[in-house]
Design a protein around this ligand. Structure first.
Ligand SMILES: NC(=O)c1ccc[n+]([C@@H]2O[C@H](COP(=O)([O-])OP(=O)(O)OC[C@H]3O[C@@H](n4cnc5c(N)ncnc54)[C@H](OP(=O)(O)O)[C@@H]3O)[C@@H](O)[C@H]2O)c1
Length: 215
């Protein structure tokens, strides 16, 4: 599969592209928003596209043309205001879903956040973020695409352990970004996670592939 990685310059996105290119089973097309971000992915042999998620659906669809799956790993980040949360985490995600449909890409993997599928889990300080993530996920669920929604716990930059727990409703926890990237790439080949959403945190026993079967 050729996989469009949206948010490729991000901390998860970069590891997803690297892993896909290293494994050699699939190929990646990295979507970034700045010219100077392109070469690191070209050096890995990945295709690239320059697209700003605040732009049009057509722009995103043009990048998605000829790919087989989308991984949406973009986000406005904690350093911007609620306006960017709406424009990127909500509208940027929804525009990417619409662009995938327009480009005829059937498979879509979304990086969401733990617990956002239940309003009672939304923490008061970042309710707008939880709402944005939740409604982007709902849009994807209703899109007719073959979706997988991965809802990781708090992200760390620790080295990945390859061991995770995936489940419908997990207690809050943490997970290295590397293990989120591992899970996203493994999910490309795991049909049982199509049309499913699940929380994801670090575990002690289950390897990513086993955890996905139990998700
Ligand atoms: N932090 C947590 O604990 C946590 C927990 C659960 C889930 N998540 C979610 O995990 C996801 C990824 O996390 P991360 O740590 O990898 O994030 P990150 O490093 O902040 O990466 C986000 C990427 O999105 C890109 N982006 C932002 N606005 C864009 C635009 N207008 N057009 C194109 N690209 C744009 C950024 O581009 P630039 O590189 O150009 O800035 C960046 O590369 C996010 O969706 C986040 O909500 C986070």
């Amino acid at each position: 599969m050729k996989v469009l990685v949206v948010g490729a310059n991000g901390q998860i996105g970069k590891q997803v592209v690297e892993k896909i290119q290293k494994e050699g089973k699939h190929t990646a097309k990295a979507v970034v928003r700045k010219e100077e971000q392109l070469s690191q992915f070209q050096d890995l042999g990945a295709e690239t596209a320059l697209v700003d998620l605040e732009g049009s659906i057509d722009d995103i669809a043009e990048a998605a043309k000829g790919t087989d799956a989308v991984i949406f790993a973009a986000g406005s980040g904690g350093h911007t205001g609620a306006d960017k949360t709406i424009l990127i985490d909500l509208d940027g995600a929804i525009k990417t879903v619409e662009a995938a449909k327009q480009a005829g890409v059937k498979r879509f993997l979304m990086v969401s956040a733990i617990g956002v599928h239940r309003r009672e889990n939304w923490s008061s300080e970042i309710q707008h973020y939880s709402a944005a993530k939740h409604y982007a996920d709902v849009w994807l669920e209703n899109s007719g695409l073959d979706y997988t929604i991965v809802r990781p716990g708090g992200l760390t930059n620790d080295e990945g352990t390859g061991k995770v727990v995936a489940g419908k409703d997990l207690d809050r926890g943490y997970i290295p970004r590397e293990d989120v990237a591992n899970t996203l790439v493994a999910a490309l080949d795991e049909e049982s996670v199509i049309n499913k959403g699940f929380d994801l945190v670090s575990g002690e026993r289950s390897a990513v592939e086993e955890a996905l079967k139990e998700a």
